[in-house]
Design a protein around this ligand. Structure first.
Ligand code: 6LW
Length: 509
């Protein structure tokens, strides 16, 4: 029996929403303060996904001023297809609230925003047989809207608030047979996260709750996958039903830490007496009938194309003049827009860390700049491998603390930097250990999720430092994103010849 591995989209791809058009599936996720926003994926089997673009790829669609807080910006999206058009609705919580954009092709172009004056977050769209368009938002409240103008025609009304757990959110309406099903997340996005469902004869209600709610939860379990929730349902061409949802893969001991953010998982759905049920979500499941693997993406980006690949993201924007693929063909030239990674407004282009064990190498010509690689969660939590002033250094920023933990002289000219994240051989904390006082001030302590090592690569690699990954975890940093590893410059201009990201352990997905 063919099996698939979870997550189906690793790294911080939170709040997944999916729709199917014929045999093609399209999926979007939250993107918060990162630009471009709302990554869009395509699959033909729900297991193998390829990012084909970003729905919000121009400032007119996505205003993220420097004041946008980490994990602000774009919260949960919903993608739907109706009458030959794609619709994506979401919320800019640091801007004007709910808006939708439409497009004939998922790859774009997508329209300018149509703003919708409704409360809450996590907007959803569904259409009735008579063409009425319904919008559900957290709470859950439902309204009838005109999607062309954004006008609220009826409502909003509160229709169902789940089974009484906190934070009823992530609503999705589905027309199945004679019923309208309303599925939501409740319990909060941490370990209590749950999926519940109710149904009614009309989107307006009244809704009756499923007898088996929550239909999915990992709360109070020691399953390796946790925080399961914020789900969307989709039917396959063969009539089977599937659920895409967010979850985490915590590692370490007391507490466990998750560093990749909320990732996208897939789990089968079974209908029991007219109600969908799902879970528990496993690391491996029997696969859907369709099996359409994709060619693996090349691990190395040589920056020799006409545009940046859609995986590359930047906090709050990517001002013209801060980057170029033309100044030095075959190189990505970055120009400083801010003098520090510790405040918004700096030049950074990175990609999500998608695997627990991975290695990044990048070829940098620093010139007279101050530039390098950074593993970041936000401006207050990042580890940097920085070249400047004929030396390479490793800098740790953890909350209010900033420390240079290693320095090494380098000759002028291009060099290769390396960052390696490993989860292996990090011992569990022992109550009798003398702690790690004997270790380096920021050395790897027992019980963490992983270790992040920094190298000057080359014929004789120089290992500069290895830092504890727990301080770049959501448990320490808070927020809704996950690690992003990327290139930056904080003085002058520097050029990157290539950037190589590859998993280094059997994290088979
Ligand atoms: C999302 C909401 C949530 O809109 O977090 O914890 C928000 N729950 O469903 C950002 O992911």
């Amino acid at each position: 029996m063919r099996m698939y591995n979870n997550p189906v989209i690793g790294g911080f791809h939170r709040d997944p929403s999916v729709c199917r058009v014929g045999e093609d599936y399209y999926l979007v996720c939250s993107s918060f303060e990162y630009f471009p926003g709302v990554p869009l994926f395509h699959s033909r089997d729900l297991v193998h996904w390829r990012q084909v673009g970003n729905v919000l790829d121009r400032p007119g669609q996505l205003e993220l001023p420097d004041g946008t807080p980490a994990s602000g910006g774009i919260y949960a999206p919903t993608i739907r297809h109706h009458d030959g058009r794609f619709y994506m609705i979401t919320t800019n919580v640091s801007g004007r609230g709910h808006f939708l954009v439409t497009g004939e092709r998922p790859e774009g172009p997508w329209s300018d925003p149509v703003w919708i004056d409704l409360p809450g977050i996590d907007p959803d769209l569904a259409w009735d047989e008579d063409g009425s368009c319904w919008c559900a938002v957290s709470g859950v409240q439902v309204a009838r809207i005109d999607p062309a103008s954004g006008t609220v025609l009826e409502g909003p009304w509160p229709v169902w608030s789940g089974t009484g757990l906190q934070h009823p959110e992530a609503p999705h309406l589905y027309r199945v047979g004679d019923w309208w099903y309303l599925m939501l997340a409740e319990g909060g996005t941490e370990r209590g996260h749950s999926v519940s469902i109710a149904r009614a004869r009309s989107p307006r209600g009244p809704y009756e709750a499923a007898p088996a709610n929550p239909i999915l939860s990992h709360r109070s379990t020691d399953l390796p996958i946790q925080s399961t929730g914020h789900a969307d349902l989709v039917s396959a061409p063969d009539g089977t039903w599937w659920m895409l949802l967010l979850a985490t893969r915590p590692r370490g001991f007391f507490p466990a830490y998750h560093v990749l953010g909320r990732e996208t998982f897939l789990t089968p759905v079974r209908w029991v007496d007219g109600w969908p049920e799902a879970g528990p979500v496993r690391e491996r499941h029997p696969a859907p009938a369709a099996w359409r693997p994709l060619d693996p993406e090349p691990p190395r980006d040589d920056f020799d194309g006409p545009a940046l690949a859609p995986r590359w993201i930047s906090p709050r924007g990517r001002p013209a003049g801060s980057w170029s693929l033309r100044d030095r063909p075959g190189w990505l030239t970055l120009t400083a827009t801010g003098a520090t990674l510790d405040r918004p407004g700096h030049t950074f282009i990175g990609r999500r860390q998608q695997h627990p064990d991975c290695r990044v190498t990048a070829r940098l010509d620093p010139g007279r700049a101050r530039a390098g690689l950074s593993v970041r969660l936000d401006e207050a939590h990042h580890y940097d491998l920085e070249v400047g002033g004929e030396e390479v250094s490793v800098i740790a920023r953890i909350g209010p603390l900033r420390q240079c933990v290693a320095r090494h002289p380098v000759a002028p000219g291009p060099l290769t930097l390396a960052v390696e994240v490993r989860t292996g051989d990090i011992p569990a904390p022992s109550v009798t250990s003398a702690g790690d006082a004997a270790g380096e001030p920021l050395g790897v302590r027992p019980g963490g999720p992983d270790a992040i090592a920094f190298w000057l690569d080359g014929p004789e690699p120089v290992r500069l430092a290895e830092l504890d990954g727990r301080y770049l975890s959501t448990e320490v940093c808070g927020g809704f994103t996950g690690r992003v590893i990327g290139m930056y410059v904080t003085e002058d201009s520097a050029a990157f010849d290539w950037f190589d990201y590859r998993p280094t352990a059997a994290d088979p997905h």
